[in-house]
Design a protein. Structure first.
Length: 68
């Protein structure tokens, strides 16, 4: 069950990638889901893509342009 306020969707992923994610998540004391979200946020930040937290949803879009 998804956390309130979070978007859920099915993800098809190569089993070898899943295994690597599971090992990394375990080493960093995260669930695989939390690890995937962490890595996605880290990657977006590295590319300079701004986004709001779920609390700011609608205020900051992924492209960094505000909604109003």
């Amino acid at each position: 069950m998804a956390s309130p306020g979070k978007k859920s969707f099915p993800l098809r992923i190569d089993p070898a990638v899943w295994d690597a994610l599971a090992r990394l998540a375990s080493a960093e004391m995260r669930s695989v889901n939390a690890q995937i979200e962490y890595l996605l946020r880290e990657s977006l930040a590295r590319r300079g893509i701004k986004f709001g937290s779920s609390r700011n949803q609608g205020k900051d879009r992924v492209d960094g342009q505000g909604s109003g």
